[in-house]
Design a protein around this ligand. Structure first.
Ligand SMILES: *Cc1c(COP(=O)(O)O)cnc(C)c1O
Ligand SMILES: [Zn+2]
Length: 464
């Protein structure tokens, strides 16, 4: 199958191609991102998406059970016996009628794609199965990443569950997302704590991979994005193969938004959809590079000829001002998104938009998501806060169908949740001083009671 898939530089003036099994992060000629490209003419692609429904009957087979690989004809870079799956992608699209009024949508029109149900608790598993499969095809025995977040949790989870590769995780000693680090440790990933920050860890992991031949599971990996396309296949599946009007997704390193756009480009090319949803990418105002570049600087895909000077100028100014990403939504606390150009392609193809939402609105939206019985981590709630913003602006209409992607589980990052619900006034402001969170309109406060039944019954009846 290998000769029907290859890698190609996204820059149309370069367009250099590479073998499927080459392990590269970027085009060695021009430094641009790489795509996985398929020779669809020579591949066996189903005539309609409903074809995939027959896979549901085969759930005892790992490939058909996987929420990624049961769509394998749309991700055809690996032979079935090469695929490394641990049962990722068992997620759901939930109609959220109780949340629709908060967002400003008519009942029946808001859907939440809950990716917290993945084995490691975030959408990253969709991509990790793709990259692990590629790593195995290349003969790798060890895979490494620098991350204090969900990527390392997912990597360690895959290594442990498959037993086929060893996970090496580099973390800086600065900001470590504790809940996520606990996963890497518990799954048995070899966790190297480096004296330095995340950027140091990232630089060292690259050097270590160069020197030892470890497979680098970084955010540039195009095979991760291949797996993440499946999130869109499942959203379509949840809607009976009818594309929604909008997909709203948080934007950090912009891998998801890039993968979603590629999914729709290919689905349209294959004649499997007749309408493309618009994709809204939501930054936090504390890490809003994409929003600024697109909305203020007018940066565009421009048929692949992105104006690098605009990006360079923007980053130079950011360095000059020593502007650091800072947001309560730690998973999107990124100021130099590596998949920027691919995301521009998504926006171009889907008629997409970008917005930045403040941390206050992210945590308010998160509390409202919780009331639906689906908890999510702060970054995930940016999608719901963003949909609400776009509704308020009249960009999204109340009668349009909107799918918000909830990227990670509530329990990933419980500190902000507990602070939001239990603190008041100055205490809350103090705890959240870094994040511009001052109020908690949707808090569900724990009710104090003395240790006697009367007090407890009173607390139950009267609440906080
Ligand atoms: C990684 C991550 C994001 C950001 O996704 P990108 O693909 O990097 O834009 C958002 N939310 C959660 C929970 C994540 O783990
Ligand atoms: Zn190139």
């Amino acid at each position: 199958m290998n000769d029907k898939a290859f890698q190609r530089c996204i820059d149309p003036d370069c367009a250099r191609t590479f073998d499927l099994l080459d392990v590269l992060s970027k085009c060695p000629d021009c430094g641009n991102l790489l795509d996985v490209i398929y020779d669809w003419e020579r591949l066996d692609v189903p005539g309609s998406l409903a074809f995939f429904e027959e896979r549901w009957a085969g759930r005892s087979r790992p490939l058909d059970f996987s929420g990624v690989w049961r769509f394998r004809e749309l991700i055809p870079f690996a032979d079935p016996d090469q695929v490394l799956t641990i049962g990722e992608g068992q997620t759901m699209l939930k109609r959220a009628d109780t949340l629709a009024p908060f967002v400003g949508l008519d009942p029946g029109n808001l859907f939440l794609q809950y990716e917290g149900l993945n084995l490691s608790g975030s959408f990253k598993d969709n991509g990790m199965t793709g990259a692990f499969t590629h790593a195995r095809m290349t003969g790798a025995t060890r895979a490494a990443c620098a991350s204090t977040g969900n990527t390392s949790a997912s990597l360690a989870c895959f290594a442990a569950a498959s037993g086929l590769l060893e996970a090496i995780i580099f973390v800086g000693s600065g900001k470590i997302a504790y809940g996520k680090l606990s996963q890497a440790l518990d799954y048995g990933g070899r966790t190297v704590q480096i004296e330095g920050d995340f950027d140091d860890a990232m630089a060292r992991v690259q050097e270590a991979c160069d020197q030892t031949g470890m497979y680098l599971m970084n955010s540039l990996n195009p095979f991760r994005l291949e797996g993440q396309k499946a999130i869109m296949f499942r959203v379509l599946e949840g809607l009976g193969w009818q594309p929604p009007d909008w997909i709203v997704v948080p934007g950090g390193n912009l891998g998801n938004s890039s993968a979603f756009g590629k999914a729709f480009i290919e689905l349209e090319q294959l004649g499997l959809i007749d309408r493309v949803p618009r994709i809204a990418v939501i930054n936090s105002t504390g890490a809003d590079t994409l929003a600024r570049l697109v909305n203020d600087e007018g940066l565009e895909w421009n048929d692949g000829r992105v104006d690098d000077a605009v990006i360079d100028r923007f980053y130079a100014r950011m360095d000059e001002q020593d502007r650091r990403a800072r947001t309560v939504a730690s998973a999107i606390e990124i100021n130099r998104p590596v998949n920027l150009k691919k995301c521009l392609r998504t926006l171009d193809f889907t008629g997409g938009v970008v917005r930045a939402v403040p941390d206050q609105e992210i945590l308010d939206a998160k509390a409202m998501v919780g009331r639906c019985g689906i908890g999510c981590e702060p970054a995930s709630a940016a999608s719901v806060a963003g949909a609400r913003t776009l509704r308020r602006e009249g960009i999204i209409e109340p009668g349009e169908r909107v799918a918000c992607i909830l990227t990670g589980h509530l329990l990933k990052d419980p500190n902000a949740t507990v602070a939001y619900h239990s603190l008041e006034g100055d205490e809350l402001a103090d705890q959240m001083a870094d994040f511009e969170v001052k109020t908690n309109e949707f808090a569900n406060r724990p009710v104090p009671a003395t240790n006697d039944l009367d007090s407890i019954l009173k607390a139950i009846e009267e609440g906080g």
